[in-house]
Unconditional design. Structure first.
Length: 234
């Protein structure tokens, strides 16, 4: 579904990504793991058309999306839920969700997609007219994920969905991600919470200093002594 080969990218004269190669197959959850500054968010921004690739290629469903406009990538069905949520805080829950229905097809299915999102997040239906800026961090993260789902993604890209959340809210968000996965939707997840991310991923890649230094199935990575020492303190 998503295939990245030898991707290089950066900002100005500073190179961040070095020969990054990874793939996501249909129906998989794949995690990109690593510490702050490893290049995780730069990888997602480059995949999503928000940052230019210097070298390498990105293909989505056999269509080249390397350095194509972000709106073209959205229409292909690759949807990113950004770090920090990036919601419109003075707009209501409903207004934020309606903005997620960017494509013509999604706009036609607006009511159906709203029902689906409210089924996943009942509290959002209860607060449909509430301004998002007055909601808790966990509720805002639910709005952000629901807004992404309103675009009818084929691949949902989640950038640090647990950042800033309490352990209880983090568990709730990951539970919802698992439920979304059960519909067959492919998910690419960037997350610092290594153990929790791998607990329901199929495969994972570890980034360090802009390069992939480790990859494997979730079980292989969880049982890797080097990774456990570096990221799990074990």
């Amino acid at each position: 579904m998503l295939k990245i080969d030898n991707l290089e990218a950066g900002y100005g004269q500073i190179q961040v990504l070095r020969n990054v190669s990874l793939q996501v197959n249909k129906g998989e959850i794949v995690s990109i793991l690593g510490a702050n500054g490893a290049g995780k968010s730069t990888t997602l921004r480059t995949i999503s058309g928000l940052n230019k690739a210097w070298n390498g290629s990105v293909k989505f469903n056999d269509v080249s999306i390397t350095n194509t406009p972000a709106d073209f990538i959205v229409r292909q069905g690759l949807i990113q839920v950004p770090e920090g949520r990036q919601l419109f805080s003075e707009m209501t829950v409903l207004e934020n969700l309606e903005l997620g229905a960017f494509t013509k097809k999604a706009r036609k299915n607006l009511d159906k997609n709203l029902d689906y999102c409210f089924g996943l997040f009942p509290i959002l239906k209860e607060r449909i007219k509430q301004e998002v800026g007055t909601m808790s961090g966990g509720q805002q993260q639910m709005v952000a994920i629901a807004r992404g789902l309103m675009s009818e993604p084929k691949l949902l890209v989640l950038d640090e969905p647990s950042i800033g959340l309490s352990p209880l809210l983090t568990e709730q968000v990951f539970s919802i991600i698992k439920e979304i996965r059960e519909t067959g939707l492919s998910i690419l997840l960037v997350e610092q919470n290594v153990e929790q991310a791998l607990s329901f991923s199929d495969r994972g890649y570890v980034l360090e200093n802009g390069s992939i230094v480790m990859e494997g199935t979730a079980d292989e990575l969880l049982n890797n002594e080097e990774l456990r020492k570096a990221y799990l303190g074990m």
